[in-house]
Write a protein that binds this ligand. Structure first.
Ligand code: NIG
Ligand code: FE
Length: 391
């Protein structure tokens, strides 16, 4: 028999369960609730006074419980930092894609052990802040060997790994030769360690035609596509993502009316990364315009050493609410259920029977406090696949 745990005394439970939307709204809220965890899964959700018995009982003391955050966009495999670049930006320098090459040099020089322990530290940092599922990209290796080992390192921490050899063209090669390398030997070495393929489609990185070629090669090798697009300027990346029916297109900071219409008419999720605009002092993406048009929106951290070195999904929620006019409910939904959708996963991001037991206990009576109390560490407990990992 698998042991069961009853978490009861939950003042406010965010389930994200569409079956509870009629009474509980977008977040499927339930007051005075309880959850039963059996092994790695949720076995039961309902009113506390109807809860079944369990082997172990935990009292939430009237506090709120939410699904663990699903961070669908991060670049954790790197060495060094770029604090000096950040400081220069804060005194007037613009963000430029070329800074990536600084991190590439440091990453190539690091040992496997150094990269692995650095990722482990960042993953632990995320978990302590309530992130229970995450995606990790390569993209700071940019050689056959360094991209493959970056993904092998990432795979030790998540199944949601993304080959981003097409992050920027490294020094000493031409764009044409580099695209041949990415779609040839590098892809062959990376594919066994990756589920997804991504391209930085932007001025100074890769254009739409190159992105199309790289995504097609990835698809031929069994990798599913996602895209960095429209981060620094207007361009064709978002429309390419919609045309190809990609699961997600990320950044979406500079969008034309046509881009918004393409997103609205597709199933492609726009993943917004407000930590980037915070850390680059760019204008924030217009989340309200997207949501009002009926576009599906996710939030993620984009944790990386250049454009945004935060691992905090709570910060992303607070920024999305304050600066992007998302409601607290929309922002939390985007950081959990929609993050799961952006990874094409239906087993996480929702608290309902049969789903992963990934839960976060907040030291607060309501999820609204995530935006209402910015910068305050509110995570009092985390269960990941049923195991208490933060207590
Ligand atoms: O998502 N935009 C491309 N890649 C990262 C930044 C990488 C870097 O500056 O090191 C991003 O913002
Ligand atoms: Fe990114």
């Amino acid at each position: 028999m698998t042991a069961t745990t009853l978490i009861t005394g939950i003042g406010e439970l965010v389930t994200n369960d569409p079956a509870r939307a009629e009474q509980g709204g977008l977040l499927g809220l339930l007051a005075d609730a309880a959850v039963v965890v059996e092994g790695s899964r949720i076995a039961w959700v309902g009113p506390a006074d109807e809860a079944p018995d369990a082997d172990v009982q935990v009292d939430a003391g009237g506090r709120a419980v939410i699904p663990g955050f699903v961070d669908s966009h991060s670049h954790l495999v790197f060495a060094g930092d770029r604090a000096a670049e950040f400081e220069a930006r804060m005194t007037g320098e613009p963000y430029a894609a070329g800074g990536i090459r600084t991190t590439v040099a440091k990453t190539r020089a690091a040992t496997d052990e150094q990269l692995t322990s650095h990722v482990a530290r960042l993953v632990a940092e995320m978990r302590a802040q309530g992130t229970t599922s995450l995606e990790i990209k390569s993209g700071y290796g940019l050689s056959v060997h360094d991209e493959a080992r970056s993904l092998a390192v990432a795979r030790q921490f998540t199944d949601e790994t993304t080959f981003l050899g097409a992050h920027v063209v490294p020094a000493g090669t031409t764009p044409e030769d580099y695209v041949d390398l990415v779609t040839g030997p590098m892809l062959a070495a990376a594919a066994p360690h990756a589920r997804w393929i991504d391209v930085f489609c932007e001025d100074g990185a890769f254009d739409v035609d190159q992105a199309r070629t790289i995504l097609a090669a990835g698809s031929d090798s069994g990798l599913r596509g996602r895209l960095h697009a429209n981060q620094l300027t207007y361009g064709g990346g978002v429309q390419l993502a919609c045309e190809l029916g990609l699961v997600a297109v990320d950044h979406c900071t500079f969008l034309s009316d046509l881009d918004v219409e393409s997103l609205r008419d597709s199933r492609t999720i726009a993943t917004l990364l407000p930590g980037v605009e915070f850390s680059t002092r760019q204008p924030y993406p217009d989340a309200r315009r997207l949501l009002d048009a009926g576009v599906r929106v996710a939030l993620a951290s984009d944790c990386n050493p250049g454009s945004c070195f935060t691992s905090s999904m709570a910060l992303c929620i607070a920024l999305a609410v304050r600066e992007m006019r998302m409601s607290p409910a929309e922002a939390l939904h985007a950081a959990t259920a929609m993050g799961a959708a952006a990874l094409d996963r239906d087993d996480i991001g929702v608290l309902a029977p049969g789903k992963a037991a990934d839960l976060v206990l907040l030291d607060a009576p309501s999820y609204v406090h995530l935006a209402y109390r910015p910068g305050v560490p509110l995570v009092a407990g985390v269960w990941q696949h049923g195991r208490p990992v933060v207590v």
